[in-house]
Design a protein around this ligand. Structure first.
Ligand code: HEM
Length: 202
């Protein structure tokens, strides 16, 4: 089937997003192994790569939304509803990548709560990278009307509001001791992650 310009951007950058998340899953599994073996330098390197992949996921998300709002309503949102897809509550939550990432984040939570000093700096950068990703998700959702309406899955509550709740709960997994300052909260209204050259302003 021929895709419109907006559908091609949406689909292409979703591939890029999920590839980055797949890399993140591999990296965090390696991080866990190294940490459990007491190989702190190697664990730090894995966490550093995971941080880069998280930022790349956020950038892919922003790029997935780099077209006009009316195109989202007429061409993109409709492509995620039946009969184009089988489910009437289509969501990012359905991807296997999401399930695998949440599984490893839950396993890592006690490790993140007791990290050796040598890893704390890189851990903070990792948490900040997640906040960047969450802000990008929020910004793209807001651009496409998520402050007024629900997601395909939860029609009844505001999509941006739902995302904020998800963001806080994910943050509790990777930063259980709240080491990263409250000034950089997810609901910060200062705009998307890469505000200076954000594609969301188009
Ligand atoms: C730009 C590309 C997008 C990607 C790659 C993406 C991906 C995802 C993923 C992986 C999740 C699971 C989140 C988690 O566990 O923390 C999710 C959930 C969610 N996303 Fe997105 N998303 C995108 C765009 C949007 C947009 C435009 C909106 C709003 C209009 C939105 C609203 C939501 C909401 C409300 C949830 C929570 C579950 C639900 O209601 O479906 N997302 N998304």
């Amino acid at each position: 089937m021929m895709l419109t310009h907006a559908q091609a951007i949406w689909k292409g950058f979703h591939w890029s997003f999920f590839l980055n998340v797949q890399g993140l899953i591999i990296c965090l599994n390696r991080f866990e192994e190294r940490l459990n073996q007491g190989q702190l330098d190697e664990a730090n390197t894995e966490l550093q790569t995971a941080t880069v992949l998280m930022r790349a996921s956020g950038a892919s998300m922003e790029l997935a939304g780099s077209f006009e709002r009316d195109r989202y309503e007429t061409e993109v949102r409709t492509s995620m509803k039946p009969p184009q897809v089988q489910s009437d509550n289509f969501s990012g939550l359905m991807s296997w990548e999401h399930a695998a990432l949440m599984k490893i984040w839950k396993r890592l939570q006690p490790l993140f709560a007791n990290l050796p000093e040598a890893l704390t700096e890189q851990h903070q950068a990792f948490v900040q990278a997640y906040m960047t990703l969450a802000r990008s998700h929020r910004a793209v959702c807001d651009k496409f009307g998520g402050s007024d309406g629900g997601s395909l899955r939860f029609e009844r509550s505001g999509a941006v509001e739902t995302l904020d709740k998800f963001g806080q709960s994910r943050l509790g997994l990777i930063d259980p001791c709240k080491t990263v300052s409250e000034d950089t909260r997810l609901t910060d209204q200062s705009g998307p992650a890469h505000a200076e050259h954000s594609v969301l302003e188009s």
